[in-house]
Design a protein around this ligand. Structure first.
Ligand code: ATR
Length: 281
């Protein structure tokens, strides 16, 4: 969707909680690159109020919204039109209206793929991937990873049934396996992705470090302190590289910004600025 330049860019992120979000800063940096005036507040909305909140924003001529936890599935259910990747992910992180028709996309997976390939310089074709965790975060990245040409994906999860169910959803698209977290003693993988919510509780998944080799790249979908425990475990286990998800956050935001404005931000510049920001304690 290309925005009418005469109109204000009325954006924002909806979550609960949402105070920690760095999205206003990121979209502010993008808007500066194009000299655009931007309104991008945080909206802390309870799950039971989400649908009426979105309706209200439509009536207030909102340009679009980013959606974060716990509303991504509710946003998916509200949309009248979904992109293929949002449909596949079962979750929406970007909303916009065309006329009065609510559209939804999921830019998380493409954000991850772009961070891995553009900023970290990884080649994804033919590599072996293990994703730890089988919740919404995992589901959101599987389609784009497979589309990027990875050879195989093993989903490893504490609750093995969830890993198996997710592997089956994508089984016709790539070599998909699953395992219980404490039984994932495979040979080393090329890319190990932490898609659990462990880091928010200050821990890391209880995974055997035989999955780490000297060429393994470890990536945590979280950023900041939540990524710390897994990245520390990865470094101690001898991973080649251990990276948090800040680059993914910037890239998914850039894709949303492009949907709303037609403008493609310089994400490298924004990422460098963010890495230099002092983080709240
Ligand atoms: P999200 O939408 O962020 O993925 P979720 O659906 O609640 O959130 O999924 C969280 C994931 O983190 C799950 O894979 C969960 O494992 P279970 O399916 O077994 O619940 C995983 N997780 C959370 N805490 C964990 C822990 N302490 N150890 C291992 N895995 C954990």
């Amino acid at each position: 969707m290309k925005q009418d330049w005469a109109a204000d860019l009325r954006l924002g992120v909806v979550g609960h909680p949402v105070a920690h979000s760095r999205s206003p800063r990121i979209h502010g940096l993008f808007a500066e690159q194009f000299g655009l005036a931007l309104e991008y507040p945080l909206f802390d909305v309870l799950p039971e109020d989400f649908a009426s909140f979105v309706k209200h924003r439509e009536e207030a001529h909102q340009t679009g919204l980013n959606i974060t936890l716990p509303h991504k599935q509710a946003a998916h259910a509200l949309c009248e039109v979904l992109t293929d990747r949002a449909w596949q992910a079962g979750a929406v992180n970007t909303l916009w209206w065309e006329g009065r028709v609510l559209h939804g996309d999921n830019t998380d997976g493409i954000g991850l793929v772009r961070d891995l390939t553009l900023h970290l310089g990884l080649k994804l074709e033919g590599i072996r991937v293990m994703v730890v965790g089988a919740g919404g975060a995992c589901r959101g990245i599987l389609g784009p990873l497979i589309a990027a040409g990875v050879d195989s994906v093993c989903i490893s999860n504490r609750t093995v049934e969830r890993a198996r169910a997710l592997a089956r959803v994508f089984a016709d698209k790539a070599e998909l396996g699953w395992s219980r977290l404490d039984q994932a003693h495979s040979r080393s993988v090329d890319l190990l992705i932490n898609a659990t919510s462990c880091g928010h509780a200050g821990t890391f998944p209880d995974l055997h470090n035989s999955v780490l080799g000297e060429d393994t790249v470890c990536y945590d979908l979280s950023y900041g302190p939540a990524a710390g425990p897994f990245l520390e475990w990865s470094r101690q286990g001898g991973a080649r590289l251990a990276v948090d998800g800040l680059g993914m956050l910037v890239e998914q935001a850039a894709e949303s910004f492009h949907i709303w404005t037609g403008c493609k931000p310089n994400t490298g510049v924004a990422l460098n600025t963010l890495r230099g920001d002092a983080l709240p304690a």
